[in-house]
Every structure is written in C-alpha cells, then in structure tokens.
Design a protein around this ligand. Structure first.
Ligand SMILES: Cc1cc2nc3c(=O)[nH]c(=O)nc-3n(C[C@H](O)[C@H](O)[C@H](O)COP(=O)(O)OP(=O)(O)OC[C@H]3O[C@@H](n4cnc5c(N)ncnc54)[C@H](O)[C@@H]3O)c2cc1C
Length: 452
C-alpha cells in the first residue's frame, strides 16, 4: 500500500524524534519510522544510563575522599541501586511506550520497522510505501563497532548495550578502547570494585583530545588502580571456561568479562542510499549547511560525521526543521562543537585542538594552566587535578579551541564555548572579572599564559 505524507523521518534517535515532533506540531503530516526504540541510543544505552553509572561511581569516590578531608568513612559499593535506576527511571525496562505516546500525541504517525529508501522521497517499511511530498529525513545513527580482531566475533563480549543491562558486576573487566565511552565506563565500573584493564591502540586515553588531557586522565586511572595498556596491538581474543583472554603484543590479559568500546559503525549499508544516488559504503552522509543530502533528502546525527553527540543531533534537527518549514537560519556550522567526557576529572573541549589548529595553518598561541595549583583546585584537594588549555589564533586574537580537565570540567567549559563560538577577542577575556575562588577563574591564568 502507498501512502502520501509531507515528511518521513527514518530513525528516531534524539534528533529524528525532535524533527518529527516539531514538524507534526507545525501542522505537517509526518511519519516517523524506527526499527527499535524511539529516542535511539542515548536514553536507553548511552548518555543517560552511562551518566547514571558515573553519578553513582563519583559518589563512591567522594566517599573514599572523606578521610583526607573530613574524618572517617566506610564505602561499600552496591551496584543494585544503579541497575534499578537505569532499568526503572531511565529506560522503563527498555520500553519506549512513553516516547511513542509523546510522539503520537504530537501528531506523528509512528511506524515500527526497518525503513529503506526506494528512490527519491520514497521510503519502504515492510509492505508499506510512503511517498513524502517535502522529503525524507535520515537519522539512522550508529551501532557499536566490532574491530576485526581474530576470534573476537565468536566470544560473548559486551558492548555499551549489554553493560547498561547488568544487574551485577564482574570481578574483572577488560575494556577494548580508551576513548570517551571506554574511559567513562572503565572508571565508573572500577569504582564499584571491579578490576579493570583498558586496552588502547593509541599512545594514551582520549586519543583525539589534547595530549595533556589524556595523559592526566591516565595518571588518575593509574592512581585509582585502573590498568591502561596503551600503544596496544591486539592479535587475538578468546573465551574459555568463563574467562576472556585478550592477547596484546604476545601477552595474554585475562578477565571475567570483555567490553568492546572501539567506536561506532554508521547504519548506512541497508537503507537504500544507492536508490537515490548515494554511496551505501560511505562512512558518513555528506550534507550542506541546511543538512540537505540531496533533493528532498536531509540527514542528521552521527551519520553526518560532524560529531557523535546528542547535542549535535538536536542542533542539526533544529536546522532541518527550519529548512523544511521554509524559515530563516541560522544554518549549520561547526567551528565551536563542544564535547565532554564525563570521567572524574571531566574532560570538556570545544573547537579545535592545538594540533588541528596548527594543521590548519593557524598562527597558534597556547596558554595552559594547572588547575590543582589554582586557589580552588588547592582548596578542593583530593580529586582536584586538572588543567585548562586555550588555543588562540594569534593573528585574529580569538580563541579557536579550549580544553578543560577538572571537577565540573564540562560546566567550566561553557564560558569558553561561548568565547570560541562568538569569537570573543582574547583582549575582552583579559579585561573580565573572574569570581574568586572558582574553578573557572583559572581561565584568567590560562589567558595570561597566552602572552608568556
Ligand atoms: C556509551 C555511550 C555514551 C554516550 N554518551 C554521550 C553523552 O554523554 N553526550 C552526548 O552528547 N552523546 C553521547 N553519546 C552519543 C549519543 O548517544 C549519540 O550521538 C546520539 O544517540 C545521537 O545519535 P543519532 O541521533 O545519530 O542516532 P541514534 O541515537 O543512534 O538513533 C538512531 C535510531 O535509528 C534507528 N534506525 C537505524 N536504522 C534504521 C532503519 N533503517 N529504519 C528504522 N530505524 C532505524 C535505530 O533503531 C535508532 O533508534 C554516547 C554514546 C555512547 C555509545
């Protein structure tokens, strides 16, 4: 059967759900298609459950800091409140009925199934064909990537989708991947008493971030007893008698469980991209600043390769809505993309890294300050390690990037995100009054270091 509507949204991750809702509320006839859960990865398997783990793990860490600061403490970790919160509060037992109701209440026609393009402005879901007068929006997101390591695919390894469903934790865990997902989960789980080893191919944790950030986090992990094996070449993974063995440079690391956090694989292979002249083997869908990928075709979220973050999908979703409704911009641009790794200390960054800025031919000046030696860092004591790094375009006198590592690093980042986004002159930052004794006051010191 063929049905004509205004817009079909394929994949209802955070951005797709928002687009479908906004367009239906604006009076358009909208079909939203998802093969799994409305809301996508973020609420059920990613951002929300992982941050619930981290919130609990940070409470344990603070409890363990009491003897340094305030007397005696006994910390007895218990995973069950975390498992219950994730299951009951965050995911309703991995049931999306609330999200489906929200969507249909907004006027979206929801179709559960695998959507596939079948030529321009046409989507097939099972026996149904939907023809979209205005066009199709793709938000099909990503799956966990499984690296081609000998033996891995036949072992019962976990991904983020499994670990958030656990009702108890293993005695030991190997994490393949020391990027944001691997680092957050490694520290979170370790703080509950699991013996954790992170195996990372790059020289340090959080590879693409500032080297200072990854190195500092590595020091913190080591002090907490998390083993990080960097520059690792994994030749094989095996599983026997309830134990995983990961062979790294001829040496066998063993653990009860294995978590693979080695990046993401875009869901582009089976959505009919070839029927609209696009390459189904590409890693990303190329889009313009209106998020258009072709005539009557928009794409948003992780599949655009502009940053695999919920806030990116939501930002792009608003652009798509404006374009479809014929409104004015602002249109998409990406010079000030913020990102936060919610480890302790948090690592928040915006814009370019020093390396990216140098590679782009910018005349770079860098200002770095040690957060632990700031007044607030010193007062904070235990758990107060961190740094602020600013990357300035010296010719233009503006920041093009910044990185904050420290307690509430993601929050401290906000003023620097504004500075990079709006191109606030560093001269203006120099003239500001910075509240004492805050963590963000260390930005003033880092600004002064730009001149050093
Ligand atoms: C462990 C972890 C923690 C994270 N933490 C954060 C964080 O703290 N902050 C942050 O900003 N980001 C975080 N992210 C990233 C964030 O989850 C994603 O960027 C976010 O979900 C946006 O993805 P998306 O909208 O592109 O699609 P997704 O969320 O991947 O959703 C895509 C949807 O499309 C559906 N779908 C796919 N193919 C089809 C098809 N052919 N037909 C129908 N439906 C289809 C899927 O079922 C899914 O519902 C984290 C990721 C992970 C893995």
């Amino acid at each position: 059967m063929t049905t004509e509507v205004d817009v079909v949204v394929v994949g209802l991750g955070p951005g797709g759900e928002s687009v479908a809702t906004q367009l239906a509320e604006a009076g358009l006839e909208v079909v939203g298609v998802d093969k799994h859960l409305v809301g996508g990865e973020c609420p059920y398997y990613a951002c929300i459950p992982s941050k619930m783990i981290i919130r609990a793990a940070d409470a344990l860490a603070e409890g363990r800091r009491v003897p340094e600061l305030a007397g005696a403490s006994t910390v007895t970790p218990d995973w069950s409140p975390v498992a219950t919160r994730i299951s009951d509060e965050a995911t309703s037992g991995w049931d999306d009925q609330i999200a489906v109701d929200r969507l249909t209440d907004a006027g979206v026609r929801f179709v559960r199934g695998h959507g596939r393009l079948d030529g321009a402005r046409t989507v097939v879901v099972g026996d149904e064909t939907y023809v979209a007068r205005k066009g199709v929006v793709l938000n099909t997101g990503t799956d966990p990537a499984v690296p081609p390591i000998d033996g891995l695919d036949v072992t019962p390894f976990w991904t983020n989708r499994d670990i958030v469903k656990q009702t108890s934790l293993p005695g030991s865990l190997i994490v393949i991947g020391g990027g944001p997902v691997g680092a957050e989960l490694a520290q979170g789980i370790s703080r509950f008493g699991t013996d954790v080893t992170v195996v990372e191919m790059a020289p340090r944790l959080l590879g693409p971030e500032e080297p200072e950030a990854g190195s500092l986090l590595g020091e913190v992990f080591a002090a907490e007893g998390i083993q990080v094996v960097s520059d690792a070449k994994i030749s094989q993974v095996s599983y026997a008698e309830g134990r995983f063995t990961v062979t790294v440079d001829e040496q066998g690391l063993t653990a009860d469980k294995l978590l693979v956090a080695a990046g993401r694989r875009p869901n582009l292979g089976d959505i009919g991209l070839d029927t609209v002249g696009l390459d189904p083997t590409a890693r990303v869908i190329e889009t313009d600043d209106h998020l258009r990928a072709g005539d009557g075709l928009w794409a948003l979220g992780d599949i655009t390769g502009k940053g695999a973050f919920t806030h990116m999908a939501m930002y792009q979703g608003d652009v798509v809505v404006r374009d479809i409704l014929g409104q004015d911009g602002p249109w998409a641009e990406y010079h000030a993309v913020p990102r936060v790794t919610f480890t302790d200390p948090e690592v928040g960054s915006v814009g370019m890294s020093e390396k990216q800025a140098r590679d782009a031919g910018i005349d770079v000046r860098v200002g770095v300050t040690d957060l632990a030696t700031s007044t607030r860092g010193w007062i904070h004591g235990e758990g107060g390690k961190g740094l602020i790094k600013l990357i300035e375009d010296a010719d233009r006198g503006v920041l093009v990037g910044a990185c904050v590592v420290g307690p509430y690093g993601g929050e401290v980042l906000s003023s620097l995100a504004i500075a990079v986004h709006a191109g606030v002159p560093t001269a203006t930052l120099r003239s500001m009054i910075w509240a004492y004794p805050t963590f963000h006051r260390a930005i003033e010191t880092a600004v002064k270091e730009l001149d050093a």
